[in-house]
Design a protein around this ligand. Structure first.
Ligand code: ADP
Ligand code: MG
Length: 420
């Protein structure tokens, strides 16, 4: 153990109160502290924030953290401030600040007080901000949710494409990119667009051994099937994802009529209702949330026991994210998806109004979902392969946790039987 190592453990305890690093955190932090460009791929909840927060707190200068969502930035800034007696230790720089507030932020940075500066990518493109940052000491730049740079990711944000040029203007400083959703394609895009193919890459396993994956054929009896499923999981928390707001409302109502405590959640509800329904779910006043994909970002309920996809998701990355909300505590998590080819056609029709390039990507992503739904091989192996990860369906953790492995399909004419 060298002195550097002892230090970061001490800092970990001092700032965060943790006595151990999680997963690859220690290696990532060491890489960044030796000023190397670093790339981190870890599932949600893996502890990515600490990978840049700890180095930021222990180094001279200010670390710039690029993050796409103002709400997430605020949460993080509040969390960092609670670790310190100085409010100025972390700041957000965005368009919602008043002139006075901006002056205070700049003063704290210039004086060396601010260790973390959270910015939205569009604020970073402003010339006056860039000029200011050029005049101060920047320890490194962290790009959170780095998949936003790729059209193949689930949340493409064109502003992320400017980041490389801005960072270059700040001088020779290390960059750390972080994401939870990196297929090999997205991964390549990130490294290329950030011009950091030399980055040291750290990839954690995406395997969630406690999740059980199941796909059922969608029939007209889907509603009674879902009701039966929920009644078998009486009193347990679950999420049902639907494609449309209308479907969300309809399913929530059907469940309520059948004596299941459920609330709807979608972007068409006013903010107050949404917040109320979310709280009811978190506080366990209701068992089930029926939702569009608007529900889930940043929701951290550890004991969600099932996630049902009433309609197929638009990509396997979305599917992984959404099912990933089950079993966060390591306990049971049943992931049930209903599949019918009609839904695929519906989604394709949805996409047909979009620009051609976007359509092509959309179709390709959807085809992977179809392949997943129709496969007879281990679903876990299929999913992990999609994320560029080799999984042994004999010895891998959670190997028997899916419908295909538990009850192999009988061989269908003309279809390859892949299950061993
Ligand atoms: P991600 O950004 O990868 O989704 P977060 O950075 O939000 O994950 O961290 C997820 C959770 O893990 C947080 O509650 C955080 O406090 C916790 N955490 C991070 N590092 C550690 C650690 N070394 N020991 C214990 N808990 C940790
Ligand atoms: Mg994060």
């Amino acid at each position: 153990m060298n002195s550097n190592e002892i230090d970061i453990h001490k800092e970990l305890k001092k700032y965060f109160g943790f006595s151990q690093f999680k997963g690859l955190q220690e290696q990532v932090i060491k890489s960044l502290l030796t000023k190397q460009n670093t790339f981190v791929i870890m599932p949600t909840g893996g502890g990515k924030s600490l990978c840049y927060q700890l180095p930021a707190l222990t180094q001279e200068g200010t670390a710039i953290v690029v993050s796409p969502l103002i709400a997430l930035m605020k949460n993080q800034v509040d969390a960092i401030r609670s670790l310190s007696s100085e409010n100025g230790i972390a700041h957000v720089l965005n368009s919602s600040l008043t002139k006075t507030e901006i002056a205070q932020v700049k003063k704290d940075i210039a004086s060396g007080l601010t260790k973390l500066l959270y910015v939205a990518p569009e604020s970073l493109t402003k010339e006056e901000n860039v000029n200011f940052l050029k005049s101060v000491t920047v320890s490194f730049v962290a790009i959170d949710e780095a998949h936003c740079i790729s059209e193949w990711g689930h949340d493409f944000r064109p502003e992320y494409r400017n980041l490389k040029n801005i960072i270059k203007q700040l001088g020779d400083i290390p960059v750390i990119g972080l994401t939870a959703t990196a297929t090999p394609k997205v991964q390549e895009d990130i490294l290329k667009n950030l011009d950091m193919c030399d980055a040291k890459t750290f990839k954690a396993s995406f395997n969630r051994p406690n999740l059980y994956y199941e796909v059922r054929t969608k029939t007209k009896n889907i509603e009674s099937d879902i009701i039966r499923f929920i009644k078998q999981h009486k009193g347990k928390s679950g999420i049902i994802y639907c494609l449309s707001r209308k479907k969300v409302e309809a399913i929530a109502e059907v469940l309520q009529v059948n004596g299941i405590s459920a609330v709807p959640y979608h972007a068409g509800l006013d903010a107050k209702t949404r917040a109320k329904h979310q709280d009811m779910f978190l506080m366990e006043d209701v068992d089930v949330v029926v939702a569009t994909i608007a529900f889930g970002m940043g929701i951290d309920k550890p004991d969600v026991r099932f996630v049902i996809h009433h309609d197929i998701p638009k990509s396997l990355e979305s599917y992984y994210q959404e099912t990933g909300r089950a079993g966060r505590d390591g306990g049971e998590g049943h992931c049930l998806a209903y599949y019918s080819y009609k839904d695929v056609e519906k989604l394709e029709k949805f996409m047909s109004g979009k620009p051609v390039a976007e359509q092509e990507i959309g179709f390709a992503l959807l085809q992977e979902v179809v392949a997943y739904a129709e496969t007879s091989m281990s679903r876990r192996k299929f999913l992990l392969h999609y994320f560029g990860e080799e999984f042994s369906s004999e010895t891998g953790e959670g190997a028997d946790m899916d419908d295909n492995v538990r009850s192999p399909k009988t061989k269908v004419e003309g279809q390859d039987q892949v299950v061993k």
